[in-house]
Design a protein around this ligand. Structure first.
Ligand SMILES: Cc1cc2nc3c(=O)[nH]c(=O)nc-3n(C[C@H](O)[C@H](O)[C@H](O)COP(=O)(O)O)c2cc1C
Ligand SMILES: [Fe+2]
Ligand SMILES: [Fe+2]
Length: 413
């Protein structure tokens, strides 16, 4: 765990976690940070914590001692969010500190009882309520419900205008040296944009309308530093990450980068041959292609690529009268994430009955995604030269749509 002073009286304690599936689903090849914060006034508050693993908890206690905080003397635990990646340690903390008060949202108070049977010494705060730690440290609490759980809030230090934003403005990706936006190289910034989109699309994407409201709330707070529960700290220009989060909200509603994601699968190469040809065609048009062969690509990367792309192509054969199952599974996840209004095109090979294309339409309808489809193409066995031309024309039509959507995106900032 690394510790760093991030503002007057505020220290960050950051732990890199790897080799887990985040939320039990998402592969995090580049890890993730769990960031806790200590705020020192006359009294001491700890904001968010770590996951409930023994090793992680001991590391937290040792790191607190490094910054001269005796865990047994912490006065307040501020639970911005009850999800166990931040709050899993609280049960253990009760064993070493019997006096602390918990400050949290009303929804989190109910969850504290449900998860840890904690009812006593819990103060549920209203939106905008404050807590005075003494020595000029006054904290205010800002409820941002349903940015994926109903309980989340952000904590603002009124003195330094440092916002401890929990999952809001978070990103995947471990941090080895550079914690602050102004320390990061261009390469690190690029990495954290990618990791930020992957985090947003995997964890919060479904809830983009509520995230948008949380962003609007942040903009009224005159924030100078944004310190999330996962990922880097933004102190040079916090507006950058606010703008990024606004942009990501748009990605769920049809906007996107000038990229086309091809979600595809193939058993014996009939569909794959066509995928390879159109991939070249799209790249020649100056549009980046994300080739997502299912089931080889993990769900985290697949969701992230589809989410950020202005255009999507689904290319899959018929299997047992229906859509090739790994592609159907991927599309089902895209539906659950409500990734809507994408410009799209689909094609695939069949042997005798067809059925894949029909199921694609059914899945898009089932989840009410409202994708804007170019006419689909289904070919028998190997695509003939004529069928190949029809597919290419479909792709060109999609490229035109993508250019319009991504240009619109750029002009919206
Ligand atoms: C296990 C299996 C099940 C299949 N089920 C169907 C089917 O129900 N209806 C159909 O039209 N074709 C079916 N096919 C034929 C494939 O759709 C056809 O071979 C197609 O060309 C495969 O394209 P690919 O090489 O890109 O996978 C099936 C093929 C396999 C191997
Ligand atoms: Fe969370
Ligand atoms: Fe989290």
């Amino acid at each position: 765990m690394q510790t760093k002073q991030i503002a007057d009286g505020i220290h960050m304690l950051s732990m890199n976690v790897e080799d887990i599936l985040f939320e039990g689903i998402w592969s995090i090849a580049n890890g993730v940070t769990l960031n806790s914060y200590i705020i020192k006034g006359e009294k001491t508050a700890l904001v968010d914590g770590v996951i409930g693993w023994d090793g992680a908890i001991d590391t937290l206690y040792n790191s607190l001692k490094e910054i001269d905080v005796d865990p047994a003397k912490i006065d307040y635990i501020i639970v911005n969010h009850m999800e166990p990646d931040h709050s899993g340690w609280i049960d253990n903390f009760k064993k070493i500190n019997d006096k602390f008060q918990i400050i949290c949202s009303p929804k989190a108070a109910g969850l504290l009882d449900a998860f840890f049977e904690i009812k006593d010494n819990v103060t549920a705060v209203k939106d905008g309520e404050t807590l005075d730690l003494g020595n000029g440290k006054v904290l205010s609490f800002h409820l941002v419900p349903n940015v994926h759980w109903p309980d989340t809030m952000m904590t603002l230090d009124e003195e330094t205008k440092t916002l401890l934003s929990c999952d809001m403005y978070g990103a995947f990706g471990k941090i080895e040296g550079h914690f602050f936006d102004d320390e990061m190289t261009d390469q690190e910034k690029k990495k954290f944009e990618e990791e930020g989109i992957r985090y947003f699309s995997n964890v919060m994407g479904t809830f983009s309308p509520q995230v948008k409201k949380a962003v609007e709330k942040t903009e009224k707070l005159d924030v100078k530093v944004i310190a999330p529960g996962h990922g880097p700290i933004y102190r040079k220009n916090p507006q950058d990450i606010i703008n990024d989060y606004k942009r990501y909200c748009g990605y769920r509603m049809g906007k996107g980068k000038k990229e086309i994601s091809i979600l595809w699968g193939s058993m014996y190469g009939m569909t794959e041959r066509v995928v390879n040809i159109i991939k070249e065609l799209i790249e020649k048009e100056g549009i980046a292609v994300n080739s997502l062969q299912m089931p080889y690509v993990n769900t985290s990367d697949m969701v992230s690529a589809i989410f950020r792309s202005a255009g999507v192509i689904i290319a899959a054969p018929t299997y047992e009268y229906k859509l090739f199952p790994p592609v159907a599974v991927a599309l089902d996840e895209i539906g659950r994430k409500k990734i809507s209004q994408k410009a799209a095109f689909c094609f695939g090979s069949y042997g005798w009955s067809g059925g894949a294309q029909k199921e694609i339409v059914e899945l898009i309808d089932k989840y009410k995604l409202g994708w804007d489809f170019v006419e689909p193409v289904e070919f028998n066995g190997r695509a003939s030269d004529e069928e190949m031309e029809v597919v290419k024309n479909g792709v060109i039509e999609l490229i035109e749509k993508v250019k319009k959507v991504s240009e619109h995106q750029e002009s919206c900032g």
